[in-house]
Design a protein around this ligand. Structure first.
Ligand SMILES: C[S@@+](CC[C@H](N)C(=O)[O-])C[C@H]1O[C@@H](n2cnc3c(N)ncnc32)[C@H](O)[C@@H]1O
Length: 278
């Protein structure tokens, strides 16, 4: 089964724009439209999307030698699922988020946010000890995006780009889920896997960064049928389906889960890419 296709797995948001994050990514206008759909379902996103495990935050903080009060820049904060992990550890996060709907939910969590894309953000060279993006860096465009992120770091600062990557469902449940997609959204069958490890090369190519590494942190979350379907509705490749088609697909996926026990134990690997500003 190809669980990653419809899930937070291989980052389905990236799927329809996956051809490249380094310039050759499909029609730019399509990417822009798809990346802005999150605001339509900001509350649902906040409720249904997975967060990140404690070990992820601890790993990044240890890598950066960060202490309470240190300044961090977050790119694409959304509703703050990663923001809160760092803020809760005393890090002073400056959050960037272009979607007004997502930003409103983030503010509701008591976190200030600058409503802008990273591309439009006026750079603040050397201002941060940490620059991070959670499930968001693939939306950032522009050939200079790595250099711009690195330049926001003080010497010795850390850049951390991470994604929850869900493991594929297996067995009969996986096969049944594939059949549901084949019937209701065949273009999503199999998905388009996001080659996250490209980050290793992209980061290594930035002259002002050194010590590129990858950490993988595995964790698991149980979803009820309703929770799973609600989460699917926050994924951009599902959001851009016509409403009736989306409803049929979600009903079919819900039926699959119900037939197989009424819950999903979903395994995530957080893929975290780290580098240090020279
Ligand atoms: C999948 S969500 C991730 C949100 C949050 N970081 C999380 O982990 O749940 C991607 C976020 O990136 C934002 N985004 C899209 N394009 C962006 C850009 N060019 N610069 C900054 N953020 C962007 C979207 O509005 C959305 O909130």
């Amino acid at each position: 089964m190809t669980g990653a296709r419809e899930q937070p797995g291989a980052d389905p948001e990236a799927r329809l724009v996956a051809p490249s994050r380094s310039g050759a990514r499909g029609p730019e206008v399509a990417a822009v439209e798809q990346r802005l759909v999150f605001g339509e379902v900001a509350e649902q996103y906040d409720q249904a999307r997975p967060s990140y495990p404690d070990a992820l935050f601890d790993t990044v903080i240890e890598h950066g030698g960060l202490a309470p009060g240190d300044a961090a820049l977050e790119i694409g904060a959304g509703t703050g699922k990663a923001t809160r992990g760092f803020v809760g550890r005393g890090i002073a996060v400056h959050a960037l988020e272009p979607s007004p709907g997502m930003a409103a939910v983030l503010r509701g969590h008591g976190i200030d946010v600058e409503e802008t894309t990273f591309e439009d953000w006026p750079a603040r060279p050397g201002a941060f000890r940490l620059v991070f993006a959670a499930q968001a860096w693939h939306w950032v465009q522009g050939a200079d995006r790595y250099e711009k992120a690195a330049s926001a770091l003080a010497p010795g600062g850390t850049i951390a780009l991470f994604w929850n990557q869900g493991r594929e469902w297996t067995g009969d449940m996986g096969a049944d889920n594939d059949a549901a997609y084949a019937e209701h959204a065949p273009h999503l069958v199999g998905g388009r896997h996001f080659d996250l490890d490209r980050e290793l090369d992209e980061l290594a190519a930035v002259p002002s960064l050194t010590g590129v590494s990858k950490r993988v942190i595995t964790w698991e979350q149980r979803y009820s049928t309703a929770e799973w379907v609600t989460m699917l509705g926050t994924h951009s490749d599902h959001r851009i389906l016509p409403e009736e088609q989306r409803a049929r697909l979600h009903a079919a996926v819900g039926d699959v889960i119900e037939r197989h026990g009424g819950f999903v134990d979903f395994v995530y690997d957080v893929n975290c890419y780290l580098a240090t500003r020279v």
